[in-house]
Design a protein around this ligand. Structure first.
Ligand code: NAD
Ligand code: DAU
Length: 339
């Protein structure tokens, strides 16, 4: 079996590559990634030593390159992680989100259709459902919750989901979609909340909490996400959407305080900055469908996963220090300089 994984040099894609190489040692994993600012080939260093793994640098919007690759590899399964993934960047510059997240997904599905893949899996997000109010803890996102997006990022992901469902209905492309909550774990790019706070705290820099920090996210350890996708590929029903999340809601401010405590840094580093435009208040997944149909449950408790993650960033300083020493500084200045 050959799996074509797009965006495998990014955070979740790379964790998925490692999961698949370990869980399916006789299968072939081909990774296609454009290596944008968020993609890092060094993340795949160990995978590149595995004869069952191939890396190809290409843009998912490049129909010719993708068609050539399908001709060479004839993948049975495509898993589409490749995306522009950071909400703040989408607010600054939406265009590239529309190109990669919508048009790139369309190219991947067109070529998958021509080559007759057995499965096209679209990695989506709980952000397509918009947000929930803080004063209604009884409400959760189910697969039936209407699409109601807030940011250019979530709108582009929702557009891709709608296209994927249309390709299923119109062309019978064997599509599945997963919508996961916030991931954390190794190899997350330090523009996202948890690694950014770890990196800043270690440098005794201010910890920029948007607004009051009362927004709630539903955190899932990345390996649990990877296992859920694998399960959907093996046992999921074509044409279906599966929500992925582990009932682990946390306020941003509590996460930042926890990171301060774990690193023995003072909470006085916490700096409240101007809120994100259109900031979603609360995400909370109801995972009843994937649990009931496929038996999936998260395995890593947040209390353990966050300590492992902090330890990973302590043990792998070279990985993220190289990232934040380059173009990241310009990004940081633009995003946080006058906030
Ligand atoms: P990431 O930004 O860390 O990685 C994205 C990867 O895609 C990078 O390696 C980048 O080089 C690659 N890429 C970007 N544009 C490309 C293009 N045009 N062609 C080929 N490759 C391209 O993202 P992530 O956090 O790992 O997210 C992966 C997927 O999971 C995304 O689709 C995202 O929407 C979804 N998701 C993320 C989370 C989360 O918490 N991070 C939660 C739910 C869903
Ligand atoms: O829910 C799934 C989504 O989770 C994914 O689809 C996205 O790709 C992923 O980036 C993530 O989106 P968020 O916007 O929730 O993640 P982020 O890490 O950017 O922010 C988490 C929360 O922390 C959010 O409420 C904003 C806040 N925040 C973030 C940063 C970077 C801060 O307060 N300060 C910061 O510096």
């Amino acid at each position: 079996m050959t799996y074509l994984v797009t965006g495998g040099a990014g955070f979740i894609g790379a964790n998925f590559v490692y999961h698949m190489l370990a869980a399916h040692p006789t299968d072939r994993i081909v990774c296609v990634d454009k290596l944008t600012y968020a993609g890092n080939l060094s993340t795949l260093e160990e995978a590149l030593k595995n004869p069952n793994f191939r890396f190809v640098k290409a843009d998912i919007c490049d129909r010719e390159a993708i068609t050539k690759l399908f001709g060479e590899e004839r993948p049975e399964v495509v898993v589409n992680f490749a995306a522009e993934s950071h909400v703040d960047r989408s607010i600054e510059n939406p265009g590239v989100f529309l190109e990669t997240n919508i048009l790139g997904t369309a190219v991947m599905m067109d070529v998958s259709r021509i080559f007759g893949v057995e499965r096209f899996h679209q990695v989506s997000t709980d952000e397509v459902y918009g947000d929930l109010p803080l004063d209604r803890p009884d409400l959760f996102f189910t697969e039936e919750t209407p699409i109601h997006t807030s940011s250019p990022y979530s709108s582009s992901k929702a557009s891709a989901d709608l296209l994927a469902m249309a390709y299923h209905r119109t062309y019978s492309l064997p599509v599945t979609i997963s919508r996961c909550s916030n991931n954390y774990g190794p190899y997350q790019f330090p523009e996202k909340l948890i690694p950014l706070m770890i990196a800043n705290a270690l440098a005794d820099k201010p910890l920029p909490v948007y607004g009051e920090g009362l927004n709630v996210r539903d955190w899932l350890y990345v390996e649990d996400h990877c296992k859920a996708i694998d399960l959907i590929l093996q046992k999921g029903r074509v044409g279906e959407v599966y929500n992925i999340g582990g009932h682990n809601e946390m306020k941003n401010i509590d996460i930042v305080k926890l990171i301060c405590k774990a690193l023995d840094k003072p909470e006085s580093l916490i700096t409240h900055v101007t809120d994100r435009k259109g900031h979603d208040m609360r995400y909370a997944i109801d995972p009843a469908k994937i649990h009931g149909e496929l038996g999936w449950l998260p395995e890593t408790m947040f209390a353990d996963g966050i300590q492992e993650t902090i330890q990973w960033y302590l043990n792998n300083r070279k990985w993220w220090e190289e990232i934040i020493s380059g173009e990241y500084q310009n990004y940081y200045q633009r995003m946080y300089g006058n906030r």
